[in-house]
Design a protein around this ligand. Sequence first.
Ligand code: ADP
Length: 300
Amino acid sequence: RIVVVGSINMDVIASVDKLPLPGETVAASSVQYSPGGKGANQAVAAARAGADVWMIGATGSDPFAQATRNSLASAGVDIGHVADKPGATGMAIIEVGADGENHIVLAAGANGLLGPADVVRAASVLASCDMVLLQNEVPWSVNQEAMRIAKASGTRVCYNPAPVRKLDIKALEGVDVLVMNETEAAAFVATVPQGLDGDWSALGVLSDAGIGMTVVTLGSRGLVCYHRNGLIRLPAFPVRAIDTTAAGDTFIGAFAAAFDEQNVLYALRFGAAAAAIAVTKPGAQASVPSRSEIDRLLKA
Ligand code: ADP
């Protein structure tokens, strides 16, 4: 049982030959609407991977509210604690150039209106789950409230500090699993090693700060996991990547669904397999694989 407290967005993706300069207008060759938001992506990934999942978040009063809720519900996520807020649903406006470079404007919309009171209303759900997943696309006070309730009820806390936000390590007391990419890791450790074979002992500061386990994802190179018993280095599954959107979110959701303190390596491999499949397909939630697809790659 997993609960996600976080963002729900509609991604609007326009493909252009060349990204516009300030003041310039360019024509898009296509435009796509794709449900996203780090919180919702992680919830969908956990549900497709086979977990029972609840979403605590918010949508607005525009037509995107229904579309983003539908995407969660059709993956099997319980949306009974997704609040209705006035105004816009969260939105990412994304321009992608022919060379793969992008511009992204993120409008928090309803995600920014989510408050600690919304989390308190769902306290019984938080208390009944094995793990809560948190990110940085809702106000920090929301994460704090979720951590407080989780700690009081023995629910594990998995925190993904994305997008990067300056935070004192002390604020992470009570985080059981920290998952971040290299950019985010740079906010917490002085020097992030290059690649899988580097000296990752710098992650020890996070362990000293009380974080049970730290995972740093390295894109196509794989991931490292630092925990009490040592360091796990896990290369990525070799696939042909076409769109890495939501790779990290897919990893986290699937990892959480498979999490077992006694067999961390299995959960890491399961998450990495899910993310590897996701990068072979376009879109955020649209690219998230099912349990059977993940099992197939693990057995291959
Ligand atoms: P984020 O999307 O948060 O930046 P990463 O790019 O580090 O995260 O990707 C997260 C995980 O997804 C990686 O640790 C890896 O397991 C998997 N992954 C990402 N890109 C690829 C790729 N090109 N091939 C295979 N697996 C990938």
